[in-house]
Write a protein that binds this ligand. Structure first.
Ligand code: SAM
Length: 246
């Protein structure tokens, strides 16, 4: 596999891009508490550096997590040593028997090689999640939605910060539903780490995802962020779904 969240990008993500996961964990905790659920097991897919897992554990929940990046897993293990963090692709994840919530914060589920692979995996994931969730359990995740790069279908970002310099060139292809990102730069402090990664994500339409959630036995609400803003940001959607009785 080509470079994917290696040490440099992991360090930058941990330092400056942890907000999504933290606000996701806060939304999950608020929703569980509102349903009087204060303990139980939460499955976290693509846990990254473990910031959200730390928050969930500190609130009294057990967590089992996986991530495809060895650097991310190392950080998560250091931050939440009491949690079992498995270094694997979510397709190889060995699921527990029962959970109160399954979560994937930070576009985790959007990474896929093709739209077909994405659609197939999401269907399997919904079936598996429904099996392990207890009655009223939550499935909470966010996805890249179509339109992320605006009308030009291209976006260039450049960040020159004290600790790193990072550029992202993104190209969206609506026909194939791909969003390809070339992420390059370097950290500035010793040891300097060069970043040169290419990520592919698959875009979705919010309505297709909510339809699929309904078909698979979930309620489905979609928001613009984990603070439950109505969808206003083109290209990004947060899905809050609850397992419905059969
Ligand atoms: C943008 S980061 C988000 C990390 C973390 N959830 C957070 O909110 O900070 C995306 C994470 O998803 C992981 N990931 C992407 N595809 C994955 C897959 N198929 N299986 C497991 N992890 C995956 C990456 O390794 C990375 O850690």
């Amino acid at each position: 596999m080509s470079a994917f969240y290696e040490e440099g990008l992991t360090e930058i993500h941990t330092a400056d891009y942890g907000d999504v996961g933290l606000s996701g964990a806060a939304m999950v905790l608020k929703t569980l508490h509102a349903a009087n659920v204060t303990s139980g097991l939460i499955v976290e897919l693509g846990c990254g550096p473990g910031l959200s897992a730390r928050q969930l554990v500190d609130a009294g929940f057990d967590v089992v997590a996986c991530d495809a990046s060895a650097s991310m897993v190392n950080r998560a293990q250091a931050l939440v040593p009491e949690v079992e963090i498995i270094h694997c692709d979510l397709e190889q994840f060995v699921w527990p028997a029962e959970a109160v919530a399954v979560v994937a914060f930070g576009e985790v589920l959007s990474y896929a090689s093709s739209a077909q692979a994405f659609d197939q995996r999401l269907q399997q994931l919904l079936d598996r999640t429904r099996q392990v969730l207890c009655a009223g359990g939550l499935f909470v995740f966010d996805l890249v939605l179509a339109g992320r790069t605006g009308p030009t279908l291209k976006r260039h970002l450049h960040h020159d910060r004290a600790a790193y310099e990072l550029s992202v060139d993104a190209v969206e292809d609506p026909t194939h539903r791909t969003l390809d990102r070339w992420i390059y730069g370097a950290t500035k402090t010793e040891p300097v780490m060069v970043i040169d990664e290419q990520h592919r994500q698959i875009t979705s339409e919010a309505n297709d995802i909510t339809d699929l959630l309904h078909q698979c036995g979930f309620s489905a609400d979609v928001f613009g962020d984990y603070r439950k803003t109505q969808v206003t940001t083109p290209g990004w959607g947060v899905f809050l779904s609850v397992k419905l009785p059969q």
